[in-house]
Design a protein around this ligand. Sequence first.
Ligand code: DC
Length: 230
Amino acid sequence: MSESQTSVAVVTIDGPSGSGKGTIAALLARELGWGLLDSGALYRLTALAALNHGVDFSDESSLEVLAGHLDVQFLPSERDGLVIVLEGEQVGASMRTEDVGAMASKVAALPGVRRALLQRQRDFAEAPGLVADGRDMGTVVFPDAVLKVFLTASAEERAKRRLEQLQQKGIDASFDRLLDDITARDERDSQRTVAPLKPADDAIVLDSTRMSIHEVFNEVLKQMRLKGLL
Ligand code: DC
């Protein structure tokens, strides 16, 4: 039994930012009545905690300690789905900005930070099951997952989706700037030496460039049925 193996069923959804994996993971967890791990949130919160404590993003040993002791709670809420509390303060939508995503991508490239967050992520696997969303869920954190999905889409399509999301919230943004940010983040997440963004050998790769969320979700459910999980 590998050290990561748990008796709890885990489905992993990995992929680049903007591929729709967060939406699919949340829909699937709700459909199955399973827990949900948004692993990107842990990297985003580590970056925010570093800002709060004035820790430099190049100071790997301090960041490792910070990540290992991250005082965070994920509280289910009727109204908002999930409330995240970091060091006693509720974290709002600011955590989801491109800037925090870029900072998260920088701290996530440090092996010490990934080491500190590894067991913490595995602890989310509780009965009846877990849907885990991230970059290395199927390759590193849950290599024994019962189903691994790698969701991708072209960078242009992902920038377009992000622009639409921001416009719906009344936030002004530039397509070219979003595309540059997405490309830079893809590059950093895929080229790093530890746990780079890539599909597990046994992952099902889905390109959602020309698929609706509904179509992707149905495809994932089909794969669950094929594996006898539904
Ligand atoms: O999924 P997200 O956009 O919230 O993730 C933010 C950053 O965190 C992403 O650019 C890379 C990093 N990350 C990671 O390295 N490994 C994960 N499992 C999840 C996120």
